[in-house]
Design a protein. Structure first.
Ligand code: FES
Length: 145
């Protein structure tokens, strides 16, 4: 039987404005079966959407060291606000800064019916993280950052 590939809707395409980046914290199941926070950044660039784990390869800090600031002032690069590493938006490769040559961890993006979705990751369902039960909680736990 053919296996159905799971995709997870993160936001509407218009939730990420042109030449902008938005952070989300999802919940993921890791290799040990534990549910852990999964912070990602979604970037809209030249008509496409890219997603990366919100973690700098230099010292593991979140890129938006200054909250919600993911891009450099020209809005052409992702920027780690801690020590200034600059990353190509389309590839995640660090062009300049202390981790030059290293790469952000990419997350596969699929656009489905105007939703920006991610694939290739096991996202935890509603009772994932330690939080109070809430019947109105969406199927995938998403916290706008
Ligand atoms: S932690 Fe990102 S550049 Fe140092």
């Amino acid at each position: 039987m053919e296996q159905v590939r799971e995709i997870y809707a993160v936001c509407h395409v218009n939730d990420v404005a042109k030449r902008r980046a938005v952070g989300y914290v999802l919940a993921r199941v890791n290799d040990e079966g534990k549910t852990v926070p999964f912070p990602i950044v979604i970037v809209r660039h030249q008509g496409k959407y890219f997603a990366y784990v919100n973690r700098c390869p230099h010292q593991g800090s979140r890129l938006d060291f200054e909250p919600k600031q993911f891009l450099d002032p020209t809005q052409r690069f992702l920027l780690c606000g801690k020590h200034g590493s600059v990353f190509d938006i389309a590839t995640g490769l660090c062009n300049d800064g202390p981790c030059k040559g290293e790469q952000l961890e990419a997350v596969e993006v699929v656009i489905d019916e105007e939703e920006v979705c991610i694939a290739g990751v096991q996202i935890a369902e509603e009772d994932g993280l330690d939080r109070e039960e809430n019947d109105e909680m969406p199927e995938v736990v998403i916290q706008p950052d």
